[in-house]
Design a protein around this ligand. Structure first.
Ligand SMILES: [Zn+2]
Ligand SMILES: [Zn+2]
Length: 245
């Protein structure tokens, strides 16, 4: 599978870069993972947005869904010769207001995922874990059925011991690292040291830092995570960077 960064800042866009959004591909299946600000303009550089097969959302904070409404308008209004299929958008049901917004009649359809149930989406089997965050948010573990390769995304989360198990042996671990060291046990996000420690404990193959802060030296953030992860390589996400998993 292939993971392409569309946006990787936390909270708000800055300096020409958008917030959390990733394109996860396997074979000809195209899955959009979160839809933060700038998603559509960045996605258009990778593929025709109408070639998306599904969307999945970790939670409904604005920095993860800012472009969802305009994606629905695109799907509704962009002229095509043949009728467009209805786009499935997967989200949790712990917030009726936002879950109901996933459905736009004849255009997109909200579909629920649940923490206790594995979900099959195209070539992936996805399992979920509720995170530490001010609103309900779910980390996701994607297994590519054809290869058994594993990609784990934390969503947004403060320190949560069970990531040691949830991320176990992942080929790529994409971790919310909004905070520099010194802010440990925050209520909403990991510090660099926490991301690196989870990567080490879970024995992942690679750690990628996302939900990056607008201020501060990102190379320092990376080095703080690297100091905690030991041998496990740590990279910073950046727009249009691609990872083959
Ligand atoms: Zn966020
Ligand atoms: Zn959030």
């Amino acid at each position: 599978m292939k993971l392409t960064v569309l946006g990787c800042l936390g909270a708000y866009p800055y300096g020409g870069q958008g917030t959390t959004s990733y394109l996860l591909q396997s074979g000809d299946f195209n899955l959009l993972l979160d839809a933060g600000s700038s998603t559509l303009v960045e996605l258009e550089k990778e593929l025709d947005p109408l070639d998306l097969d599904a969307v999945i959302l970790t939670h409904y904070h604005h920095d993860h869904i800012a472009d969802l409404g305009v994606l629905q308008y695109y799907w509704q209004l962009y002229p095509t010769q043949t009728p467009k299929p209805i786009l499935p958008i997967y989200g949790h049901m712990e917030d009726d207001f936002h879950f109901n917004d996933l459905t736009m009649e004849g255009v997109t359809e909200g579909r629920a995922y649940f923490e206790a149930e594995a979900l099959k989406i195209g070539p992936f089997t996805v399992t979920f874990m509720k995170t530490i965050h001010p609103v309900p948010c779910f980390a996701m573990r994607f297994v590519e059925d054809a290869t058994g390769k594993v990609f784990v995304f934390t969503g947004d989360s403060g320190y949560l011991e069970s990531f040691n198990e949830f991320a176990k042996d992942a080929d790529l671990f994409l971790a919310d690292t909004y905070l520099f060291n010194g802010n440990e046990r925050h209520k909403a996000h990991f510090t660099a040291q926490e991301s690196g420690t989870f990567a080490k404990n879970a024995d992942v193959k690679k750690l990628v830092l996302t939900h990056l802060p607008q201020q501060g030296d990102l190379e320092e953030l990376r080095q703080q995570a690297q100091a905690a992860s030991g041998e496990i390589p740590v990279e910073l996400a950046a727009p249009h960077k691609q990872f083959i998993i």
